[in-house]
Design a protein around this ligand. Structure first.
Ligand SMILES: C[S@@+](CC[C@H](N)C(=O)[O-])C[C@H]1O[C@@H](n2cnc3c(N)ncnc32)[C@H](O)[C@@H]1O
Length: 269
């Protein structure tokens, strides 16, 4: 069985180095600091579903490097709070907010999304969570926290990148989850938990194709920059991550694991 391999610590603590910027550019086209399967055109589409306005306060759950949250703030001219469990990610994000003169409206806090959120009821006008739901095994509690902190009638958008839609072996599941805690669910489970938590499902779409393309490009770009990456990651981590990206690519291109985006609305009281 594959060993755990670190993706997030190593990536976030070297995030602003030219090498990682080059890899992001080759992988995503437009680099907004994403560390997921999303491209800017796709992210723009998700944002359009939230109908963001300048008076809004958005919560980004699992904000990673902070780049996407800063993009949201400048796109909608609104306030954004990002939370992530990874301290290196939050440190990079906080520095980026200062460097981009957005520290007055974009803030980042270390918090575990699997625990009660450190925010009052009805605090936010929108919640965004990209390619991170798979790291939240207590999913009903997580949705309930989102529902509690979101204002009635407001929306959340999230992707689940590992919905099981075909046969997958134990080794494939182990490789796909080698970067951390994972919950794999079949179709129908997210839908059921969304309703149980107090949301209405407004829309869902299959966005697996983006993950297939991005994971393939990411793997190729890393291979091109292997010598330089080895100096940061070492042989074992580099090889482990290459296996991880290859597994994501195969499983998505063959549609055995699907990536689904959900748009939900908190019921009005
Ligand atoms: C695939 S990355 C996505 C980051 C960001 N959403 C993006 O699009 O670039 C997944 C993120 O989830 C974070 N994460 C994992 N488990 C978490 C948890 N329990 N609470 C908060 N963040 C978590 C990781 O640190 C990582 O930054």
């Amino acid at each position: 069985m594959p060993k755990r391999v670190d993706l997030f610590d190593s990536t976030y603590s070297h995030f602003t180095q030219r090498l990682l910027k080059t890899i992001r550019k080759e992988t995503f086209g437009q680099d907004i600091g994403q560390n997921s399967w999303t491209t800017v055109d796709e992210y723009d589409q998700f944002l359009s579903w939230l109908d963001l306005r300048p008076e809004h306060h958005v919560l980004e759950v699992a904000s990673g490097s902070g780049g996407p949250a800063l993009y949201v703030a400048s796109h909608a001219n609104c306030k954004v709070t990002g939370i992530d469990m990874n301290e290196a990610g939050i440190a990079t994000a906080t520095q980026s907010a200062v460097d981009s003169n957005q520290a007055d409206r974009v803030t980042f806090t270390v918090a575990n999304a699997n625990s009660p959120l450190p925010f009052d009821d009805d605090s936010f006008d929108a919640i965004l969570c990209v390619d991170s739901m798979n790291h939240f095994p207590g999913r009903l509690k997580v949705f309930r926290e989102w529902c509690r902190t979101l204002r009635p009638g407001q929306r959340a958008v999230f992707t689940d990148p590992v919905v099981i839609t075909g046969p997958v072996t134990n080794d494939e599941l182990a490789l796909r989850s080698s970067i951390g805690v994972f919950l794999f669910v079949p179709p129908g489970v997210n839908e059921q938990l969304i309703e149980a938590a107090g949301f209405r499902l407004i829309r869902q779409e299959d966005v697996t194709a983006n993950a297939a393309v991005v994971s393939g490009r990411w793997h190729e770009s890393r291979k091109r920059h292997q010598d330089a990456l080895l100096k940061i990651e070492g042989q074992e981590r580099f090889a482990g991550l290459q296996q991880f990206f290859a597994a994501v690519h195969h499983l998505t291109i063959e549609r055995r694991l699907s990536r689904i985006v959900y748009l939900v609305e908190k019921l009005r009281r």
